[in-house]
Design a protein around this ligand. Structure first.
Ligand code: SAH
Length: 225
């Protein structure tokens, strides 16, 4: 590995050490996550680079953490679970992500699928996420600053869509932008606890699976500079 990249991946040692990361992977495995590819990608993705330096020592705890602007970086368990659900039926080439946030879920996805299209409403979060992905040399991602309720129609359809904020109901635009057989993973609900759903575009209509309670920040309306 080039010296420079080595520095980037291991910056902020201590609690971000390899052993701490291994413990997280072990825990996810024990909690029932079994997709080896997903776990391997989580193992090698430096989550401490996606949070403030002051929080880096907590980056490998299985918990959501604040990233500013009232938003959070998703819990590793949830990142792994949603990635597994997307990939359950086989590899995907085009995936749309709503809610770039820190870019952590984006970085994980980009190592599991061919291309990621990521929409975020808060410009400054998106800009920072973009820098992190370039730093990690993850180049199969394109970003759009906009309102995720609308999806990204110009580049549709997508084989997978993942929403990392809770929607009061399933956005029609996202259903419209799913390819045949395409999969949408989305937390739905307006309370503090929402239901994680997997929606698949079948030959006729959509099938829906409810996967249990989750906690996400809300999917809001309109872009924010
Ligand atoms: N996967 C991200 C989670 C970020 S939290 C991570 O791991 O860091 C949810 C994100 O969704 C926030 O960044 C929030 O700004 C964004 N968001 C909320 N409503 C949105 C909308 N309508 N369109 C696009 N992004 C939205």
């Amino acid at each position: 590995m080039a010296r420079e990249q080595d520095d980037i991946l291991h910056r902020g040692i201590g609690m971000t050490s390899q052993r701490t990361r291994e413990r997280l992977i072990q825990r996810l495995y024990e909690e029932g996550l079994s997709n080896a590819k997903v776990l391997e990608v989580i193992r090698r993705t430096p989550r401490h680079l996606f949070v403030d330096e002051a929080l880096a020592h907590r980056a490998y705890e299985d918990t959501a953490l604040p990233i500013g602007h009232n938003q959070t970086i998703s819990q590793p368990y949830m990142v792994a679970r949603m990635s597994e659900l997307l990939l359950e039926a086989g590899p995907l080439d085009k995936v749309l992500e709503i809610g770039t946030g820190s870019g952590y879920q984006t970085a994980v996805l980009s190592q599991l699928v061919e291309r990621v299209f990521s929409v975020e409403r808060i410009k400054v979060l998106q800009d920072r996420a973009k820098e992190r992905l370039v730093e990690l040399n993850l180049r199969n991602v394109v970003f759009r600053w906009g309102d995720g309720w609308e999806g990204w129609p110009a580049l549709a359809p997508y084989n997978g869509i993942i929403v990392t904020a809770a929607a009061t109901d399933v956005p029609q635009a996202l259903l419209d932008q799913l390819a045949p057989g395409g999969r949408l993973v989305i937390p739905v609900g307006s309370g503090e606890v929402q239901q994680l759903m997997l929606i698949i575009r079948e030959e006729q209509g959509f099938s829906r699976r409810v996967l249990g309670g989750v906690r996400f920040v809300p999917l809001l309306h309109g872009p924010l500079a």
